[in-house]
Design a protein around this ligand. Structure first.
Ligand SMILES: Cc1cc2nc3c(=O)[nH]c(=O)nc-3n(C[C@H](O)[C@H](O)[C@H](O)COP(=O)(O)OP(=O)(O)OC[C@H]3O[C@@H](n4cnc5c(N)ncnc54)[C@H](O)[C@@H]3O)c2cc1C
Length: 287
């Protein structure tokens, strides 16, 4: 199916992009990698009057770590993350998630920030970045604001972004050198969306868990944080017993539904098994 007709605008500056979005009020869409927006337009689930292509905007393709933590610009592709040597060690949750996003064609074009703006509960970046306490910087007609991910994700495909705002980057706080993480994903076949995904991130403090992040994909209306599991891990020695209890609590936090990918019970069990496996993997990696 062809999309409904639309104006295509490819601004050269962020100011011009914001001005164009403002002109169309709530009837324009930002185009980044197009890997979610274009299929939606072809299926006519979306029919914006204008598409504002941000791919020519300068300065939005930075993937870098510095004093303020990790910055992922709005035009950083999944592939850039997959290939980046930066995303190991303390940023390991992100490095583990990147190659599991769909297939190479999608990864070549799709962006991390586009994935967050799309707010698909089956999106992998949402969980990986939730587990690491990320926030996005959104620029709108009145300036910039930062939005922590739990406040960004309001529901399936619904965010707190105004239609006149553009995410310019995602920011991840530096968890320090004694940190690590992973991401586990169950998919029916390579390239499929997650049946279940679990992001695990741990920052250690003097041999004990300082801060833990556990976030779940495809088992709720948004990517979910397993807060009780995180609390059970914080301050602990990461013993087998603690890990088993955290995994049980993560499964309890899941809100899965039964569909063609599996029953709710099955998905809850996968959350438990993946949380346990992920935590053990991270513990071994940091030993
Ligand atoms: C077949 C297929 C399989 C896929 N499998 C997976 C998978 O396994 N895991 C996964 O996580 N994802 C998967 N995806 C989605 C893919 O990761 C997309 O790239 C991602 O969801 C959106 O990023 P994008 O840059 O392509 O955004 P676009 O498609 O350009 O935009 C998506 C939405 O976000 C908005 N938007 C984009 N960028 C910004 C911005 N900077 N500021 C404000 N709004 C913005 C757009 O207006 C639009 O509403 C799959 C997609 C397809 C088609």
């Amino acid at each position: 199916m062809y999309p409904a007709s639309f104006e295509y605008v490819a601004p050269a500056t962020l100011e011009e992009a914001l001005e164009t979005l403002g002109r169309y009020e709530d009837d324009a869409k930002v185009l980044a990698g197009g890997q979610s927006l274009i299929p939606l337009m072809k299926l006519r689930f979306a029919a914006p009057r204008a598409v504002v292509d941000i791919n020519r905007l300068p300065g939005l393709d930075t993937l870098a770590a510095g004093d303020g933590g990790l910055r992922i610009g709005a035009l950083v592709r999944h592939k850039t993350c997959e290939k980046s040597e930066l995303l190991g060690g303390r940023w390991g949750t992100l490095g583990a998630a990147a190659p599991l996003i769909s297939d190479p064609i999608i990864r070549n074009l799709g962006t991390v920030c586009g994935s967050l703006a799309h707010a698909d509960p089956q999106g992998d970046w949402g969980s990986a970045l939730l587990a690491m306490d990320a926030e996005v910087v959104a620029r709108g007609p009145d300036g910039s604001r930062t939005i922590p991910l739990p406040e960004l994700f309001e529901g399936p495909f619904v965010t707190s972004l105004a239609p006149t705002e553009i995410i310019t980057e995602a920011r991840v706080p530096d968890p320090g050198p004694a940190a690590g993480g992973t991401y586990l994903k169950l998919e029916r076949k390579v390239g499929d969306f997650a049946t279940v995904g679990v992001a695990v991130h741990l920052a250690m403090d003097d041999g004990r868990v300082g801060k833990a992040g556990i976030a779940l994909t495809a088992v709720g209306p948004t990517n979910l944080r397993a807060t009780a599991a995180e609390e059970a891990l914080a301050g602990s020695d990461l013993s087998d017993e603690v890990i088993a209890e955290a995994a049980r609590l993560a499964a309890e936090a899941a809100q899965p539904y039964s569909d063609t990918r599996g029953t709710a019970d099955y998905k809850r069990t996968v959350v438990r098994v993946f949380t346990e496996r992920g935590l053990r993997t991270v513990r071994e990696g940091m030993a």
